[in-house]
Each structure stands twice: as C-alpha cells, then as structure tokens.
Unconditional design. Structure first.
Length: 150
C-alpha cells in the first residue's frame, strides 16, 4: 500500500497486462500493454512492451506477439469448430490427434485438451456468456484460432 492511500490489484505489480482498443482509419483494433506499477506516493508506470492486432476486429491474446489472424490453412481445413451454448464441437478429419485451448478475450486460458480423430465434444456450460478464442494446434506447433460466441 502506498502512503497516498491507493490500493488495488494494480499497485506494486510487475508484468501486468492492460487490454486496449483503438481505431485506425475507422476500424477497431485490439492490443495489450505490459507494465509495472510501483507503489510510491506518486504512482509510476513503466511500459515494458506492447502489441496490437493489425487485422481489424480481431482479438489478440495478452502477451502474444504474432497475429492470431494468420492461420495454418492445411490444419484449418482438417478441423471444423463450432459451438452451442453448452457444447464446443470439434470435428477432426486429420490422421493425427490434435490439441486445443480455449481462451477468454483477455487471454486467460479456461480449458484445454486433446482432439481425437473424428468428433470431439467439449462441455462449455460452465463458461460465462461472451466471446472466446479456440486455438487448435498440432505436434509441430502449427495452429489456427477460431472465435466462438457462447
């Protein structure tokens, strides 16, 4: 706690991510800023690094430095991803098992697992309503990301 009486989750922290939204040529872009906040009397912020998604209206995971909009087209053609309010459906037509991770729009991983050949159903009823990112990847770390809305 600082002597000025300020408290909270941001005082005296290191490597905290702040999500940002801004407009470029009328299009909405998302990004993040990683910073440290000291707990001196006059709160100081140190910006350590930042990134933004160059594709409009596309989310970026906190800490990500490469675009999630860039996809592995071959991998993407082998997996279909869609959801209902209760279930995430993953249809894998590749000859190998794959992996998946579900992230909130703020970059917090909320679920992960393996996608077997054929159909995989994942119960997502415990997730709050909102937009999520599903990252599908293989052993070579090729990946694609799909947005879903619950």
């Amino acid at each position: 706690m600082n002597s000025g009486g300020s408290t909270g989750a941001w005082i005296g922290v290191e490597d905290r991510y702040l999500g940002v939204e801004f407009h470029i040529n009328g299009s909405k872009h998302y990004g993040w800023v990683r910073l440290d906040v000291d707990d001196s009397e006059a709160v100081n912020y140190v910006i350590k690094d930042y990134a933004y998604e160059s594709q409009p209206d596309w989310p970026i995971l906190a800490g990500a430095t490469e675009s999630l909009a860039v996809t592995d087209m071959q991998l993407q053609s082998q997996v279909q991803v869609f959801s209902s309010q209760q279930t995430l459906y993953l249809m894998n037509t590749s000859e190998k098992n794959l992996n998946f991770e579900i992230f909130t729009i703020n970059g917090q991983r909320v679920h992960n697992g393996e996608i077997e050949q054929g159909d995989t159903e994942v119960n997502i009823s415990q997730l709050s309503k909102g937009m999520y990112l599903v990252k599908i990847y293989n052993q070579q770390h090729n990946f694609f990301v799909k947005k879903i809305v619950k």
